[in-house]
Design a binder for this molecule. Sequence first.
Ligand SMILES: Cc1cc2nc3c(=O)[nH]c(=O)nc-3n(C[C@H](O)[C@H](O)[C@H](O)COP(=O)(O)O)c2cc1C
Length: 340
Amino acid sequence: MSLRRPFLYGGLKLPSNIFCAPLAGCSDFPFRQMTSAYRPGLLFCEMVKIDALIRHDPHTYRFLDYSTDMHPIGAQLCGSKSAIAARAARIVEDLGFDSIDLNCGCPVDKVVKDGSGSGLMKTPEKIGEILFAIIEAVDIPVSVKIRSGWDESQINAVDIVRIAEQAGAVAVTVHGRTRQQAYKGPADWEIIRECKRAAKEILIIGNGDVFDGDSAQRLFAATDCDGILVARGTLGQPWIVEDIYRQLSGEPHRPFTVDDLRADLVDHFHKITQYQPERQALLDMRRVGCWYLRRCVGAKGLRMQLNQATGLDEVFSLLSANDWSALSLVEKSVVAQVGE
Ligand SMILES: Cc1cc2nc3c(=O)[nH]c(=O)nc-3n(C[C@H](O)[C@H](O)[C@H](O)COP(=O)(O)O)c2cc1C
């Protein structure tokens, strides 16, 4: 299996089987404005805590801001209580989301502590219970995102695929790393292959280490997965989805140039300023600028200047004054340095 356009996903017809991941602290509204322009099959908001959602916490609702051109869009729930998961799922469905995913991958201590996120990998039966409660509560497709296991001695992704299938989930995204590994080391694609072999009807979405069209193609070939979810590979290169489409449909590679990168960076910065108040916008632009500029040789000076800028006008002046012709793109794929 490889590129599918369109891609049948439960009752939905998605534009493709190349998805953009939920990324806490990264896949916010301006980020999704950028990635949705390249038409991924499905695009996710950052994860939201079930408890906070049913408390109607305004900050949590803001994570779920979206515009109509971002459809198809998925929300991801994080929590471990099936009773309130159903209520949270209904809220998300009422907000107009196209699908709901259950997070069983977040490795952060304070999330895992109450048995949520990757803590659920230790209690597979609870995953089944939560999924069942959500699926009963809503009409939109429900999926789950898991890791290969809790640690090397407890690799149980295949068992969870069976549980999710029984509960009626439409897909399982398998991130080929354990909780213990967090994001370190290469992702284990073999476990994704095993999950695909164990799946009857349920779709298996492979995830881990897709940073360009070539790695996307290799992930499909190595695992026979039904779709792929691109995560860190989307940071600072929202066009990666287009690269993957080209590679998988045998079209000639269209190399992105420094000018393309500058155009997307400036566009992304404008979108941030339209969405955030000035102080937050400045902080966001430092983070986002870093993702893009790490992809350029010779951009260290600009990166440092942007980090010291104290106003939005200064940021845009720095970008216009910069000699972009002196920069070149880094040859190999770059992994953005971020932590969850
Ligand atoms: C900064 C950051 C934030 C993340 N946030 C989420 C999240 O909200 N929900 C989730 O399921 N996974 C989250 N992940 C995990 C990614 O979706 C993905 O599973 C992981 O990065 C592996 O894919 P990659 O090797 O292609 O990056 C996050 C990862 C990073 C680096």
